[in-house]
Design a protein around this ligand. Structure first.
Ligand code: NAD
Ligand code: DAU
Length: 332
């Protein structure tokens, strides 16, 4: 058995990763470390708690991280503050978790000579024009826009520096927008689905022309496994499934799939500094590692996600009023 430490395993992608790993890669013995911030929910792992070890803690706690890293073979690092809108209201938790937390993991990885996979975002590259023929590649210069994306960019640069200066064994992935079960209802797609389920209207920032490159969370996690198993140390792999759509299309499609009038949504205040478009060129991942996405029909993926939020009202209902009150204060 190979011992795997998953940071942020009670969050959206981390929890899906733990489920995916237990189902498809039985050679791993999984330990999760998670601070259980507002975004971490132990219920996400309820059905597998007897199969994993769960540690509640902060990745910037160097003593705890040193111990957990010393006891594992590989670290898959998801833990982060992840929501752009929150980073505009209060950047400090982003500096703490994304920068200090990642540095604490890197020092333990260096000391104990372990393998690290660092999970990051396409937002480190800034944004593209709507008609730009080029997509993000591993060679695109870093140009992050928000406190969230700049702290993620900083965490990537820390990993690169530890590879170059200390020779640690690490890989990095930068993925586009994920959707699927267990995503916090502050995020775009679950917010709109749960708005409709709660009898309120979907909320579109600005004109809705902003484009995101959607990928199902299982495809992201499958790609992370390809990189863990076959990726070359020190390399960066971009993960994306050619799922570009603008936000207006996504809201209209969700309304249509939920049997509502496609025009029944509200325009709300735009996000300051709102990135226009993200788009991933995943050629390196596809050609070098042989990865292909399984979820290529976004409408079907959205329908399955709608079904999950419809069937799991108790998972999100208690949080809904608080999340919407915070958005309402910003006119969003
Ligand atoms: P999330 O906010 O749903 O989950 C983050 C998890 O990390 C939570 O469980 C939280 O409790 C935990 N956490 C936060 N700070 C911590 C700390 N200091 N110590 C320990 N645990 C801490 O985020 P997500 O959407 O699942 O994103 C996971 C990772 O994937 C992040 O690194 C994010 O940057 C990256 N990513 C996300 C997307 C996306 O579309 N959501 C796309 C590309 C990359
Ligand atoms: O690209 C990867 C990134 O995708 C990840 O690194 C982030 O962790 C993840 O949160 C996501 O960032 P975005 O800012 O793109 O995601 P968000 O769900 O917040 O918003 C998606 C788009 O929808 C964005 O253009 C803003 C818009 N939006 C968002 C909300 C919450 C709306 O129009 N209405 C909304 O209510």
């Amino acid at each position: 058995m190979t011992k795997m430490l998953v940071t942020g395993g009670a969050g959206f992608i981390g929890a899906n990763f733990v489920h995916y790993t237990l189902q498809n890669y039985p050679q791993y013995e999984v330990t999760v470390i998670d601070k259980l911030t507002y975004a971490g929910n132990p219920d996400n792992l309820a059905s597998v708690l007897d199969k994993i070890e769960f540690v509640t803690g902060d990745i910037s706690d160097r003593e705890l991280i040193d111990k957990l890293v010393s006891e594992t073979d590989i670290i898959v690092h998801f833990a982060a503050e992840s929501h752009n809108d929150n980073s505009l209201s209060d950047p400090w938790p982003f500096v703490h978790s994304n920068l200090v937390g990642t540095a604490s993991i890197l020092e333990a990885v260096r000391k104990h000579n372990k393998r690290l996979h660092h999970v990051s975002t396409d937002e480190v590259y800034g944004d593209l024009e709507l008609d730009d023929p080029a997509k993000f590649t591993p060679e695109t210069p870093y140009k992050p826009s928000s406190p969230y994306s700049s702290t993620k960019a900083g965490s990537d640069l820390l990993v690169r520096a530890w590879v170059r200066s200390f020779g640690i064994h690490a890989t990095i992935s930068n993925c586009s927008n994920n959707y699927g079960p267990y995503q916090h209802i502050e995020k775009f797609i679950p917010r709109q689905i749960t708005n409709i389920l709660s009898g309120t209207k979907p909320k579109l920032y600005g004109t809705g022309e902003n484009v995101r490159d959607w990928i199902h969370v299982d495809d992201h996690n499958n790609a992370v496994h390809y990189i863990i198993e076959k990726g070359r140390s020190g390399e960066t792999y971009l993960i994306g499934a050619d799922g570009e759509e603008n936000n207006k299309y996504i809201i209209e499609t969700i309304l249509e799939l939920m049997g509502k009038d496609k025009t029944d949504y509200e325009h709300v205040n735009d996000r300051p500094g709102h990135d226009l478009r993200y788009a991933i060129d995943a050629t390196k991942l596809r050609e070098e590692l042989g990865w292909v996405p399984k979820y290529t029909n976004l409408r079907e993926g959205l329908q399955a996600t709608i079904d999950w939020y419809t069937a799991n009202r108790s998972w999100w209902e208690a949080e809904k009023a608080k999340v919407e009150a915070a958005y309402a204060e910003k006119g969003q």
